[in-house]
Design a protein around this ligand. Structure first.
Ligand code: BES
Ligand code: MN
Ligand code: MN
Length: 462
């Protein structure tokens, strides 16, 4: 495309400053104390889309946080790209582990980002990545190079399960009609190893509660004679994996897609250093399901992990007590063909069945979603691949990711179009963790690559 590099060079400081302003608003969807900030962020996104040159932008109310919808139509006969992103962010805690305040963005250099990275909650997930699309649109419209129609749908509830987006999509099929969905909310292998995400894992998230005696008890007077809910819960959780780290829930693997030898060999070609991986996390060894590599364990295999566990006395000093209740939050990452509702039911039935008589167990499902895989022979994938070749000088590697964007499978089901996941983050960008950041190189590369996707997608659609 004409002069995209010059455009980026000329507007680089403004592109950075605008993103920094957006990152200052704490749009934490999980915490109702930030309601006004979340709403203000939607407003800021609306203004940015108007400034980029959309014909129409609206804030669509839902039962939760609103969806910002914008569009630019140039010719009904040309293809339409639907861009999805989310303006909400994860809570920043634990705050004391941040080196700078999560909503006061700063630019610092790191080992992976020698040209600097913006540190702030949401820098990479997903404000920085969604803003690349806004700036790419600004470039295409202002230089008269938008080759097709575009729609934007930016939600504020991705980090809490996208419950209202599902309804919005179902009720607005015509409005959202498109030829391809484009999302930057994933990662790539390394700065010099571009990749396109071809798969996302599904998710089932549950909370469990184990109740023993009707009140907290003296651990001397009653200890040994009644079931201790915390002892029981930890034992039940431990029993969910066997000695090979396979999940023991009956039926859990029944529908798991098994990759062929050839597919696994293809996956293994992606550059990966186990040593660097271990060093980055300060671990002596990796851990996981027998028979699979690290990259397989975190992408094509399902998992079960405790995300939080609590109960009893955790204050200062010691208190001799047997708690009445113990709790845990558990996530299961799923792979294609596993149905999240079915897995949730299998978990519930199994977990209840392994409880000893001395306790009662309650399993409460939270949210979930299906996994996703996208073919690499589609026009969308080919267009993305060509775009990366132009800007990175290399063919991108297709890569399945371990993360989840549950709404993507619903897009395919309701809107009947494929999603292309052009992510520009690095795994080391610490999304959801303290010190989240997004490389300036990645931000600008994204802005450079996206217009080329539009160009090639339009050409290949002819
Ligand atoms: N952007 C992430 C998902 C992601 C990150 C996918 C990196 C692939 C690579 C998204 O915002 C996210 O955090 N999703 C949640 C699920 C959601 C239901 C809370 C997740 O994966 O835990
Ligand atoms: Mn995200
Ligand atoms: Mn996220």
């Amino acid at each position: 495309m004409n002069n995209i590099q010059t455009y980026i060079k000329d507007h680089k400081d403004r592109f950075l400053n605008e993103l920094i302003e957006l990152l200052k608003i704490p749009s934490i969807s999980a915490d109702s104390a930030y309601k006004n900030d979340v709403l203000n962020t939607a407003e800021a996104i609306k203004v940015s889309l108007e400034n980029a040159g959309c014909d129409m932008v609206e804030i669509c109310k839902t039962e939760g946080y609103p969806i910002v919808y914008g569009e630019k139509t140039i010719d009904k006969n040309l293809p339409t790209v639907l861009v999805y992103g989310h303006y909400d962010v994860q809570p920043p805690d634990p705050l004391d582990l941040w080196d700078s305040a999560p909503f006061e963005p700063v630019i610092k250099k790191t080992a992976w980002h020698p040209e600097g990275a913006i540190f702030a909650r949401g820098a990479c997930d997903d404000k920085g990545q969604l803003y690349m699309h806004v700036k790419a649109l600004e470039f295409m419209i202002s230089t008269n190079q938008l080759p097709c129609n575009v729609k934007f749908m930016i939600e504020g509830e991705e980090e809490v399960g996208s419950a209202n987006l599902a309804t919005f999509v179902k009720n607005n099929q015509d409005k959202l009609k498109n030829d391809v969905i484009l999302i930057s909310d994933t990662g790539m292998i390394a700065q010099d190893v571009p990749s396109i995400t071809t798969g996302l894992r599904g998710l089932s998230y549950v909370e469990v509660e184990v109740t023993g005696p009707n009140r907290d008890l003296h651990s001397g007077l009653y200890g040994g004679a009644v079931a201790n809910p915390i002892n029981v819960l930890t034992k039940m959780i431990a029993s969910l994996h066997d000695e090979n780290n396979h999940i023991t829930i009956p039926g859990f693997y029944d529908k798991v897609e098994e990759l062929s030898k050839e597919e696994r060999a293809e996956m293994a070609k992606a550059p990966f250093s186990l040593d660097t991986y271990k060093k980055a996390l300060d671990i002596h060894d990796v851990y996981g399901e027998t028979g699979y590599t690290t990259n397989e364990r975190n992408s094509i295999r399902p998992t079960l992990d405790v995300n939080g566990i609590w109960g009893g006395y955790t204050g200062e000093g010691a208190k001799t007590v047997i708690a009445s209740k113990a709790y845990a939050k558990i996530s299961m990452r799923l792979v294609p063909h596993q149905d999240w509702k079915e897995i949730t039911q299998l978990f519930k039935t199994h977990f209840e069945s392994v409880a000893p008589k001395g306790v009662t167990v309650k399993v409460t499902p939270h949210h979930g979603g299906q996994g996703y895989v996208t073919p690499i022979n589609s026009i969308g994938y080919q267009a993305a691949s060509k775009a990366y070749q132009d800007t990175f000088g290399k063919t991108p590697i297709p890569q399945r990711s371990g993360g989840s964007i549950p709404i993507v499978s619903l897009f395919e089901q309701e809107l009947k179009s494929k999603t292309i996941l052009m992510g520009f983050g690095l795994d080391s960008d610490a999304i959801h963790s303290p010190n989240e950041h997004f490389g300036i190189f990645n931000y600008l590369k994204g802005i450079e690559t996206i217009p080329l996707f539009y160009k090639y997608f339009t050409e290949l659609s002819k």
